[in-house]
Design a protein around this ligand. Structure first.
Ligand SMILES: [Zn+2]
Ligand SMILES: [Zn+2]
Length: 187
């Protein structure tokens, strides 16, 4: 499938065409090209997104990596950076938007929608090297999706994956029943 058709798929999946989606789209194109692979049919590719913003939707469409399959790892670090790896040989490439690549000094005074339009235009026309840093990285590839036992939460009685359970007075509780301090105690 050519890039234009893939872009249209990504836009349809995401719901709108925006700079963020385009960053993820171009990063995924670069990553897949570097790895020499097409879209992953199942679990042979792994993607790590360092943002939970728009771009990750393009990465899902292009790579076939999804949260549900366990081969899309979301790291909510607020960075426009995406890594793409192959499970068979462990090679992984990280594609990161260069700081300031989309800004110009004289744009501070422009209205928001005009700056957005200019960003999108640059993302459509600037060469890969001007927009992205591309590096081979030594990232440990996560294994295939793991299966966990389900246990019964003593609070609500619902089933919860064992790995998400916390004990209070020896009783297994799901995150909702354990309460807000659950996340502060997460491993
Ligand atoms: Zn968007
Ligand atoms: Zn519960």
């Amino acid at each position: 499938m050519d890039e234009q058709a893939l872009l249209e798929q990504a836009i349809a999946f995401h719901g709108h065409y925006c700079p963020g989606l385009t960053i993820g789209f171009r990063a995924a194109c670069i990553g897949l090209r570097a790895l020499g692979v097409a879209r992953a049919a199942d679990e042979e590719l792994v993607a790590i997104a360092e943002t939970d913003a728009c771009g990750v939707d393009a990465v899902q469409v292009l790579t076939g990596c999804t949260v549900g399959k366990g081969n899309l790892i979301l790291r909510d670090w607020g960075k426009q950076a995406f890594s793409f790896g192959r499970r068979d040989d462990g090679r992984m490439v990280r594609v990161a938007l260069r700081y300031g690549a989309l800004q110009r000094d004289d744009e501070g005074t422009l209205p928001e929608d005009e700056r957005r339009r200019l960003s999108l235009e640059r993302l459509q026309t600037m060469p890969d090297e001007a927009l992205f840093d591309v590096q081979w990285v030594d990232a440990p590839l996560p294994g295939p999706a793991r299966l966990f036992r389900t246990v019964r939460c003593e609070g609500c009685g619902e089933g919860v994956m064992e790995a998400r359970v916390r004990l209070r007075d020896g009783q297994p509780l799901c995150p909702a029943c354990y309460g807000p301090e659950y996340t502060r105690r997460a491993p």
